[in-house]
Structures are given as structure tokens and as C-alpha cells.
Design a protein. Structure first.
Lengths: 144, 144
DNA sequence: TATTGTTATACTCTATAACTATA
DNA sequence: TATAGTTATAGAGTATAACAATA
């Protein structure tokens, strides 16, 4: 199994990014799925609501770069579990203001602790300088 | 929509990695899907066979960090399209040696050119130093 | 018994179009 | 006519167990 072609997959960014993303996400996925039966879209929405406190679905779409159908379904499931409440805007009833319940905030606090701990473990694989550059580069690559 | 909690999602590596991976992969996905109707697992297997010339499914599992069921199905579809050939090992008939057909190699050459061009576009968002550090960091994070 | 590879099945995640209700 | 949000549906991607064939 000797190499014939000099193209190196380990230099192709989409390949590298997907491998790193998948492997780095597994442990945190086990946490939000195992402890709360949540999906990726759901923890993302939960975290946004915890961080910004009060948002419409459209706010979340923009901040989280998520399509409105993803947000709509995530909000529905979070509401069913009593992690958030909806309140229609009085002036424009097309909008609904979303806020976490105390139960939703408790789930967030727990997941945030796990997220931070998980991040610490990941960062142990890297130097301080690598972490800084990595975050900057990933943010740059996330601009479409 | 002011920030209440000081946790910053843009510093959480699994979040950042997934966003960057998803956005960075879209253009290349359009290429392999649009031109050849291929899936992610399929171009990965195709590329491995082009680079290493002759592998068993197990070799691909190890090199590409893919589960054997993914490899099995990707190989099947690549064979249906006549992009690869199978030849059972004479000494141990549990193994099958996989090689690309000339048609498979042609598809690879085309996709590799697109991949390299796509990588160039992505790298324009980054400095030379950032690219070096990014690749190193992503490789480190890809070790489970 | 262990290994290589296949099949079945379910779940997770994403993309798109069509729709409702409000403005 | 435009915007916020929902529903339906399909496709892409992943995970796991059970299986057949060979060693």
C-alpha cells in the first residue's frame, strides 16, 4: 500500500475539517443526547437563548446561521420538554418571543459545564498559539 | 438582544469546527454530487484508491478512519459505476483487492483538480502562517 | 473462534418547496 | 406583496447489530 499519487488528503481542508469536527463533537454529542435526548439543532438553540435571553426565531436564524425550518423544529421540541416559553409580540403577531424556563436554564448550566470541560480536553492537544490561530481561522472559514 | 451569559459559542471548538466544515465543504459537495452523483463516502474511497493504488476494504477503513459498513457500501456503488474493480486474494479469500478502472482514475483526476482549486479559494481567506497552524491543529484534533 | 466483508435497520442532520397567518 | 414561522418530504450521513464466508 505505497503511495502513488502525491495529492495529500491530509492537506485538503474540507476533509480535515470534517474529520476534526466529527471526532471532536462525539463526546459532547453523547452528553446532550445521553442526558437530555437532545439533537444538535436543539442544544444550539438552547445555548443561544441562554446567552441572549430573549430572541425571536428569526434572531436565532441569523445569529446561529441556521435555516428557519431547523429553528422551528428545535423550538418545538424544546417547548415540549418545557425548556422554553413562547410569547407572541403584541405589536406584530407574526413574531414570537422565546425565553428559557428555569428548567431550560438548568439544562443549559449543566450542558455549558460539560461543553467547557470538553473544550479543555480538546485544547490540551494544542498549544496556546495554535488555539488562538485555530479559532481565528475557523471563524474566517465560517464566513460563506 | 443583548448578551446575558458570558459563554461564547464562537470559542467552543466543536461548534466552530462544524460550522467551518459544513460551509467549507458545500462547494466541493456540489462538484462531486453534481458531476458524478457521488456521496461523501464515495469520493473518499475513490481518492484513497487513487492515492494508494491497491487496497483492501480494511486498508481503507484504517487509512480513512471509516467504519467497514460505510466502506462496503461506497465500494459497491463505485463498482456499479465501473469506477473500480475487485479481485479476490488468492491466498486468503476473505480479502478483496480493489483498484480503480481507467474511468475511475479519470473521475479522480477531474475531482482532484476541483479539490485543489477549491482549497486555493479557501486558503485565500487565511495567511500562510494560519494555514500551516490550522492543518497541524486539525490533524491533532482528528486523533481520537 | 476470529476476521473480512455484507445486509438490515434506525437514527441524525440537512435542503427545499409549499403552506398559514400576519402585516 | 412581503415577512415570520410551520409542515411535508426527500436526501445525505452516521451508528449498530446480526449475518455469511473464510481462516
Amino acid at each position: 500500500m505505497t503511495q502513488k499519487d502525491d495529492f495529500d488528503l491530509r492537506e485538503f481542508l474540507p476533509y480535515l475539517l470534517n474529520q476534526a469536527a466529527e471526532i471532536s463533537s462525539q463526546s459532547f454529542q453523547r452528553t446532550y443526547k445521553g442526558r437530555y435526548g437532545m439533537l444538535r439543532t436543539e442544544w444550539r438553540v438552547l445555548f443561544h437563548l441562554a446567552i441572549y435571553e430573549r430572541m425571536t426565531a428569526k434572531d436565532i436564524c441569523e445569529k446561529a446561521i441556521m435555516h428557519k425550518t431547523k429553528v422551528s423544529r428545535a423550538v418545538q421540541r424544546l417547548e415540549q420538554r418545557r425548556y422554553l416559553q413562547r410569547k407572541p409580540d403584541e405589536k406584530d403577531r407574526r413574531h414570537e418571543w422565546l425565553t428559557l424556563t428555569s428548567q431550560g436554564r438548568a439544562v443549559y448550566e449543566d450542558l455549558r459545564a460539560h461543553a467547557q470541560q470538553h473544550d479543555q480536553v480538546l485544547m490540551q492537544k494544542l498549544s496556546t498559539e495554535e488555539i488562538t490561530v485555530l479559532r481565528r481561522a475557523l471563524n474566517a472559514l465560517s464566513q460563506p
